[in-house]
Design a binder for this molecule. Structure first.
Ligand SMILES: *[C@@H]1O[C@H](CO)[C@@H](O)[C@H](O)[C@H]1NC(C)=O
Length: 260
C-alpha cells in the first residue's frame, strides 16, 4: 500500500480548514492539463491551505478493473505532486440500494487497481442515505475503502439522520445545496457531530467570495472544508462541470478566515 507516504504529504497544509472541490471536470490532458489549470495554480499559490479534490471520470472510475483514461493518467499526478492535496475518487452509492452494492465495491477496487502514479488517496462516497437502516451497508463500504486508502468521505447532502455515520469517515458533506437555500444554523455542531469532520458545498452562488458566510463557517464554526461556486444547477445542469469564475479570490478568502 501507498497510504503512509501520501497521508504524511497531505499534512503539509498547515491550516486546519480548506476546500472540498467536486472536480467533475475533464482535465483535458496535455502538459498543462488545461481543464484543471486554474485549480492547479491556485493550489500551488496557497500551500498552507488543504484541498480535498474529488475526481470523477465517469460517475465513478469507469469500467470495472480498467485503468484511468489517458488524460487522467496525465493529470492526476499533477494533483498528487502537491503536498497540500488529498485526491478522492468518486463512488456513487445509490442510497445503499441493494441492486447497486456490488458495483460500489467494484468501483473501490477499480480505483485501488490504478497505478501508483495516479491512484487516489481516498474514496468519496456520494448519494449516502444517512439512515439507520442502511448503516451496515455503509459500514461495509467504508471499511473496505479504509483497508485500501488513507481517507474516506461521505456525502449524505445534509446532516445524516443517524449520527453513527460520523464514526465511518474522515469527512462528511453535511450541506450540499443552492447557495440561497443554505444557512449556517442548519449545521449541527457538537462533540458527536464535530465541525472538524464537516464540509459544506454550495452552488448557484455569487461570483465574488461571500466573506461573512466564509467567516462564520471557517473562523467561527471551524468546519473542515467549504466550497461555493457560481456554476449552476438550475434546469438540472451539473454545477460542478466548471470551476468558480474567481476561484483564486475565494481561496484567498478561505485562507484569511482559516488564519484569523
Ligand atoms: C449533537 O447533535 C445531534 C444532532 O442534532 C444530536 O442527535 C446529538 O444528540 C448531539 N450530541 C451531543 C453530545 O450534544
Amino acid at each position: 500500500m501507498y497510504t503512509g507516504l501520501r497521508a504524511a504529504a497531505a499534512a503539509a497544509a498547515t491550516l486546519s480548514s480548506g476546500l472540498l472541490i467536486p472536480l467533475y471536470i475533464n482535465p483535458v490532458g496535455g502538459p498543462d492539463c488545461s481543464g484543471w489549470a486554474p485549480l492547479l495554480s491556485t493550489i500551488t499559490a496557497h500551500p498552507a491551505v488543504p484541498f480535498w479534490t474529488i475526481i470523477n471520470p465517469n460517475s465513478g472510475p469507469g469500467d470495472p478493473n480498467t485503468q484511468a483514461g489517458p488524460e487522467y493518467q496525465q493529470c492526476i499526478p499533477q494533483l498528487l505532486d502537491k503536498p497540500n492535496v488529498v485526491v478522492l475518487g468518486y463512488v456513487a452509492t445509490f442510497e445503499a440500494d441493494p441492486s447497486h452494492q456490488a458495483r460500489v465495491t467494484t468501483d473501490i477496487d477499480t480505483y485501488n487497481g490504478w497505478a501508483v502514479a495516479y491512484r487516489p488517496d481516498g474514496i468519496f462516497f456520494d448519494q449516502v442515505s444517512g439512515h439507520t437502516a442502511d448503516f451496515t451497508a455503509y459500514q461495509t463500504f467504508t471499511s473496505h475503502a479504509s483497508s485500501l486508502f488513507s481517507f474516506v468521505a461521505l456525502n449524505p447532502g445534509s446532516a445524516p439522520q443517524d449520527i453513527a455515520y460520523y464514526s465511518l469517515a474522515n469527512l462528511l458533506l453535511t450541506a450540499e445545496n443552492f447557495y440561497d437555500q443554505f444557512n449556517p444554523s442548519q449545521l449541527s455542531l457538537n462533540s458527536s457531530t464535530p465541525a472538524s469532520k464537516q464540509a459544506v458545498v454550495l452552488h448557484d452562488g455569487p461570483s465574488t467570495p461571500p466573506t461573512s458566510l466564509i467567516s462564520q463557517l471557517i473562523t467561527t464554526d471551524d468546519i473542515k472544508a467549504f466550497y461555493v461556486t457560481d456554476d449552476v444547477q438550475a434546469n438540472n445542469q451539473n454545477p460542478y462541470d466548471m470551476l468558480p469564475t474567481d476561484l483564486e479570490s475565494f481561496v484567498t478568502a478561505i485562507e484569511a478566515a482559516a488564519s484569523a
